[in-house]
Design a protein around this ligand. Structure first.
Ligand code: PLP
Length: 489
């Protein structure tokens, strides 16, 4: 399968690339991204054939259908990382919570958030490509808390890859920070930046776009890449669990094969939702995809009004920080798929230059035939956490935003798959506050009080973090980032 450019061709980039090339250099002409030229057909025949397949078998079949240029033994090695999830036989459990609402838990991997679903296999794939091409890569990552730990975990000790991971000092939870600063491997560098996530992300974007930085790396025989969520190497792994979750509902006799469901996704950069969109286009019986946001409700406004407006807007810190985003990058691939490259380029240029765009009525109708959206503020989220807990389900604040969309966005009584993107351990102070009213608890205290309240243990992988030695101690001003990375190399 070939990957083509969302904003058309500028004469200096290849018009189409293979999967491995799209992974190594995701950015195409005019600042666009590579998107699949076509999608495989994975309708009812495929679904029936995989009704009894385990997760890895299904994953292998989906990847095969995409005809990616990765050797079968590398794919097998990458997928074997799901064996280290809590239940190797079923890395993504789907549990009924109430009525039509089923939760697909995407956080049973090593860093306890859904980023592992894609990044775990992605690390092996990328390192293998780099080795077979005899190239060395520097992966730059900027994180608000979940991508960083997952990227470090997957690239730890991988050949031909080094990672420099920046996080906003004071802008992550204790658990997230400890997951990063206790990582100890020669090919990893963790950098705390004085500033907020936007400062960190902007620094990353400047470096990725800087020719002098790239040339300095070239002299050291190092190429630059990014593991951010526009990388199709992540998206492809995020189509699989949507199909798996649907099949789980069939296996649990919650639906019959072919029956439509809602997918209900907590969204930031729209990678998870894009995976659902592709699954739907490939033939998964989906009524609509419900997009949940927090108070940074730019996606809700886009889907409800067709307007994307960044004028006078600033990121609002919320209790679901992985969704505190203004520019949702993967929307671009939806536009490309629905409206074509010329219109996508026009819209994206308008956003860059004028900070806003407006979809036409016809375009908005198309979007609304696929997506519905609502946002959930922190107080509402807290109430959903509390109510779910009272009925026996413990969930994190990102997952909670979906419960609002479940209440407000469905117009048919269909089974709904809510995607849970983080374990309770990653955002414990917010959850402890919802459950017991305690405020400003440190993570360790919040973890203990939730565990007590719920009658469960803190997972060892989390409690162990508080005992581990801190090996990554760098905290710097944002203008020192480039020098710090070069000295690491
Ligand atoms: C990254 C993340 C999200 C947002 O996912 P996108 O694919 O960027 O939309 C939601 N919840 C959690 C916990 C995350 O880590």
């Amino acid at each position: 399968m070939k990957f083509i450019e969302t904003r058309g061709n500028d004469g200096s980039h290849p018009k189409s690339v293979s999967f491995s090339e799209a992974i190594l250099a995701p950015i195409s002409s005019f600042g666009g991204i590579y998107s699949p030229e076509s999608l495989p057909e994975l309708g009812e025949t495929f679904l029936n054939a995989h009704l009894t397949s385990d997760y890895k078998t299904l994953a292998r079949a989906v990847l095969t259908a995409f005809e990616i240029d990765i050797e079968a033994d590398i794919i097998d090695k990458a997928l074997s990382l799901y064996d280290a999830f809590d239940d190797p036989k079923n890395p993504v459990p789907v549990v009924k919570v109430k009525d039509d609402l089923y939760v697909s838990e995407l956080w049973h991997g090593p860093t306890r958030a859904f980023k592992d679903m894609a990044l775990q296999p992605f690390g092996t794939v990328l390192s293998s490509i780099a080795q077979s091409r005899n190239e060395n890569y520097l992966i730059l990552a900027a994180t608000s808390g979940d991508t960083g730990p997952a990227a470090l975990e997957t690239f730890k000790n991988q050949a031909n890859v080094r990672v420099a991971c920046m996080y906003p000092d004071g802008g992550t939870s204790d658990v997230q920070r400890l997951q990063m600063v206790t990582e100890d491997a020669n090919n990893l560098k963790v950098i705390g930046v004085k500033g907020d996530f936007d400062d960190t992300q902007n620094a990353l974007k400047r470096l990725l776009a800087s020719d002098t930085f790239k040339n300095t790396l070239k002299e050291k025989n190092i190429l630059l890449s990014a593991a951010n969520s526009v990388n199709f190497g992540r998206i492809i792994f995020q189509t699989i669990y949507h199909i798996h979750s649907y099949l789980e509902l069939v296996r649990q006799n919650a639906i019959t094969m072919g029956e439509k469901v809602y997918l209900n996704v907590p969204s930031g950069n729209f990678g998870n939702a894009l995976g659902g969109y592709y699954a739907m286009k490939m033939g998964l019986p989906v009524e609509k995809i419900l997009i949940a946001s927090n108070n940074n409700n730019i996606l809700t406004r886009l889907i409800n009004t067709g307007a994307y407006d960044l004028r006078d807007s600033a990121v609002i810190p919320t209790t679901s920080p992985a969704m505190d985003i203004l520019k949702s990058s993967n929307i671009e691939r939806i536009f490309f798929d629905l409206f074509g490259e010329a219109r996508t380029k026009e819209l994206m240029f308008q956003l860059d230059n004028e900070k806003h765009y407006q979809l036409s009525d016809g375009e908005l109708k198309q979007i609304q035939s696929i997506f519905s959206a609502d946002f959930c503020d922190d107080d509402e989220g807290k109430q959903y956490i509390k109510d779910a807990f009272a009925s026996g389900y413990l969930m994190d604040p990102h997952t909670a935003t979906c419960f609002k969309a479940y209440d407000t966005c469905r117009d048919k009584p269909l089974k709904t798959i809510v995607y849970s993107t983080a374990e309770w351990t990653k955002f414990s102070p917010v959850i402890a506050n919802a459950l017991t009213g305690e405020v400003d608890a440190q993570d360790i205290d919040a973890l203990k009080s939730i565990a007590k309240e719920a009658g469960i243990e803190i997972p060892a992988i989390i409690s162990g973090l508080f005992e581990k030695e801190i090996t990554q101690k760098t905290i710097i001003e944002k203008d020192q980032i480039e020098a710090e990375i070069l000295s690491f190399l």
